[in-house]
Design a protein around this ligand. Structure first.
Ligand code: SAM
Length: 344
């Protein structure tokens, strides 16, 4: 299959006022989800947008082509739950053909992966981060409000079998999964995949956020240290490959086992942020924690918007990217947008 050409007038130009080079784009393909995790979606849900307001696959592909021409190299599909958007395999196939894009990845709950992993991998999906917050069936159903742990485990195994690189993501929550740090690691390491823990961020003015549930990176590290002792060694971050900082445990014949911690709150990494986010309705967000966004869909659907007009608009939005987030650990005053709408 021939590759879709880069749309570019200049070499890499996505550098912001803080000199951060943008090479990573997260694309939310739907604001709907088959789960409704309590830390992500407030009780009562969030209003869903009408389907015609979503970017079409052609529009997403055009924007990715344009941004590839400006230096974006990695695309991660997210949501809502990306696997519930009809035709997703075709979108992956066309994005993985965009010249300049080195990796198409996805964040998913893996509920549908048992049947979708193989076609997605064949279409060019190379890596999946699977949300897995607890291994206990009851708490899993409660936390996700409708999830099935057995199904998710089968989905994870299907992703591994399909040859994709797999990580698990757990939002660390006191009283929910703080006693499962080691179990979640062992679950992942038994499958030769990497577990990661994420600090809970207060989105949507904190309406799905309980500050008392915060379980910090330091506490996650303590739980690991208590179990693995001196075998636990700090590795640092994977340069440009995401915000996690890694630790590893030497495991004799089982090789080295890694665990990632994403300290979004207590030790944030905004100074190395390399990402932009495109919402399902075509809003370009320069930061998860701020509500300002550029309405790219309006520009795209305007009378024959040229690629150059789109590039100018993207550069303009990037020039306003804030130096850092201003999440308040109490959960007060967070952004009005919901995680389910922007995709994490
Ligand atoms: N449905 C997919 C999934 O379950 O992974 C993708 C969407 S989900 C919004 C993307 C990521 O955001 C997941 O890893 C989820 O755990 C994380 N997330 C959601 N709400 C969060 C919050 N308040 N703080 C930190 N991470 C959050």
């Amino acid at each position: 299959m021939s590759r879709l050409p880069i749309i570019s007038d200049k070499p890499s130009t996505l550098v912001d006022a803080q000199d951060r080079n943008i090479s990573y784009l997260r694309v939310s393909v739907t604001d709907r989800c088959n789960y409704a995790c309590t830390y992500c979606v407030p009780e009562g849900g969030v209003p869903m947008v009408r389907r015609e307001r979503l970017l079409t696959f052609e529009e997403i592909t055009r924007l990715v082509q344009i941004m590839a021409g400006m230096g974006v190299r990695r695309v991660r599909l997210t949501g809502g739950e990306p696997t519930i958007r009809k035709g997703l395999v075709e979108l992956v196939a066309s994005l993985s053909q965009v010249e300049g894009i080195d990796e198409v990845a996805m964040t998913s709950n893996a509920h549908l992966m048992e049947s979708m992993a193989a076609p997605l991998a064949k279409a060019g999906l190379s890596s999946v981060n699977v949300s897995l917050d607890t291994l206990e069936a009851g708490p899993f159903a409660q936390l996700t409000r409708r999830g099935e742990i057995d199904r998710v485990v089968r989905g994870i195994d299907a992703c591994i079998k399909a040859g994709m690189r797999v990580s698990t993501n757990a939002v660390a929550l006191r009283g929910v999964n703080d006693t499962e740090v080691v179990a979640l690691c062992e679950f992942a390491w038994d499958r030769d995949i990497v577990p990661r823990f994420i600090e809970h961020m207060p989105m949507s003015s904190g309406d799905a956020f309980d500050a008392a549930e915060q379980f910090s990176s330091a506490e996650i590290r303590s739980a690991l240290f208590e179990h693995y002792g001196e075998a636990l060694v700090a590795e640092g971050s994977d340069q440009g490959k995401g915000p996690a900082r890694y630790w590893s445990v030497a495991a004799g014949t089982r090789g080295t086992r890694r665990v990632g911690i994403i300290s979004a709150m207590s030790e944030h990494f905004c100074s190395t942020c390399n990402r932009l986010r495109l919402s399902a309705t075509g809003k370009l967000h320069t930061c998860l924690a701020h509500d300002d966004a550029l309405d790219l869909k309006q520009i795209l659907r305007g009378v024959s918007a040229t690629d150059e007009q789109i590039r100018v608009a993207i550069r303009g939005a990037l020039s306003l990217k804030k130096p850092g987030h201003e999440f308040d650990p109490s959960g007060a005053g967070g952004p009005a947008k919901h995680m389910i709408s922007i995709g994490g």
